[in-house]
Design a protein around this ligand. Structure first.
Ligand code: SF4
Length: 363
């Protein structure tokens, strides 16, 4: 079922924007409040809703963003290895409801599903930035605080982003998703400079923990269609979750990936372990009381996030990397949001932050 919000909150500066008109035309039956601000909409939810965060995902704010869209990836934390990545946030929050989603903590005070309609301003900013730094390679992701494609039928940002990135000499776009919502994307004729990456987990984790997301076969089929269309495809096994039987579960998942996608069509596979800040644990316990993710021991890292004990992480990464390499030695595997010690322990070397991943994008 296509997503339909319960309410649209229309911020005054966004009202006459063509993108706003496009979205409103696609949602003719949804009530629109022009007298509400995002803050007053949240206030009302706090008075009326039991699950404020869950209800806020169903209220769509159309607004404009003032300031600089392009940001260095905030994943760069003390002790962690940087992947030299930039993010732009056109949407905040997500229509899915994964139990482990960090947005429950990160957006707790500002949880409404928010779309910035002034994509024209973003493209001007990016054009200037890319032109000012012709010697730099920009990898730009839109999936930091949302799923890049889950709403692309309704909020068709790829109509603007893909043709723009097609023309760039020093920039690629990464669309990171758990969705199967690729019909709009597949209308684009040119896949140049665009990588579509899927976040995958074994079926049992998808069913138990990734609430509202498309099944694993649907995601893989969407990835296959994008690869056949010529888009580069990446895979994130992230968060890796250590449940009873995880070795078999992830082994099966890796088989399913390579049964669907030929290795030569895969740009990389990234691995990242389940991690959380203390406040997320409280939100998970409140909003997802049946989650099985909090039963094991976790330790705080230098970035303040809790993870599985390092030997368990090392063992899991090593197992998955070996399984992938056995099936497809040519596929590059890298670790996301990990310490130097874990990188060295698993891969035998430490990446250089400014160069390591550039080759994945054929600069
Ligand atoms: S798909 Fe990503 S952004 Fe959406 S709820 Fe799940 S973890 Fe959060």
């Amino acid at each position: 079922m296509p997503f339909e919000p319960d309410l649209i909150v229309l911020d005054a500066p966004a009202a006459d924007h063509p993108f706003t008109q496009r979205v409103l035309e696609a949602l003719p039956g949804v009530p629109v409040r022009r007298d509400h601000t995002p803050a007053s909409a949240v206030e009302t939810l706090r008075e009326e809703a039991v699950d404020v965060f869950g209800a806020a995902k169903r209220q769509l704010v159309l607004t404009t963003f003032r300031g600089s869209f392009l940001k260095k990836c905030p994943g760069l934390s003390p002790g962690m290895v940087c992947c030299n990545y930039y993010v732009v946030n056109l949407i905040k929050n997500c229509v899915y409801d994964c139990s482990y989603c960090f947005l429950q903590d990160f957006l707790e005070n500002n949880p409404l599903l928010t779309a910035f309609v002034n994509i024209d301003d973003l493209l001007v900013e990016l054009e200037e930035e890319f032109r000012e730094h012709p010697d730099r390679s920009f990898r730009v992701g839109t999936g930091e605080v949302t799923d890049s494609l889950a709403l692309d039928d309704l909020l068709p940002y790829t109509d603007y982003l893909v043709p723009f990135f097609n023309r760039q000499n020093n920039a690629v776009l990464e669309l990171k998703t758990k969705s199967d919502c690729v019909d709009n994307l597949l209308k684009q004729s040119d896949p140049t400079n665009v990588i579509v990456s899927w976040s995958l987990n074994p079926d049992e984790i998808v069913e138990q923990e990734e609430v509202g997301t498309p099944s694993l076969p649907k995601r893989l089929d969407a990835a296959r269609r994008c690869a056949e269309h010529g888009f580069k495809v990446g895979i994130h096994l992230d968060p890796v979750i250590l449940f009873d039987g995880w070795e078999k579960g992830y082994g099966r998942l890796i088989e399913q990936v390579f049964d669907t996608l030929p290795a030569h069509q895969l740009e990389w596979i990234s691995l990242g372990s389940f991690r959380y800040r203390p406040n997320l644990k409280r939100m998970m316990q409140e909003r997802h009381p049946h989650t099985r993710l909090l039963t094991q021991e976790h330790v705080a890292g230098s970035d303040g996030k809790f993870r599985y004990l390092r030997p368990l992480r090392n063992h899991a990464y090593d197992t998955l990397r070996t399984t992938i390499k056995r099936r497809a030695p040519e596929v590059d595997v890298y670790l996301c949001m990990e310490t130097k010690e874990v990188w060295e322990g698993v891969t035998g070397h430490l990446p250089r932050a400014d160069e390591t991943l550039d080759r994945f994008f054929d600069f």
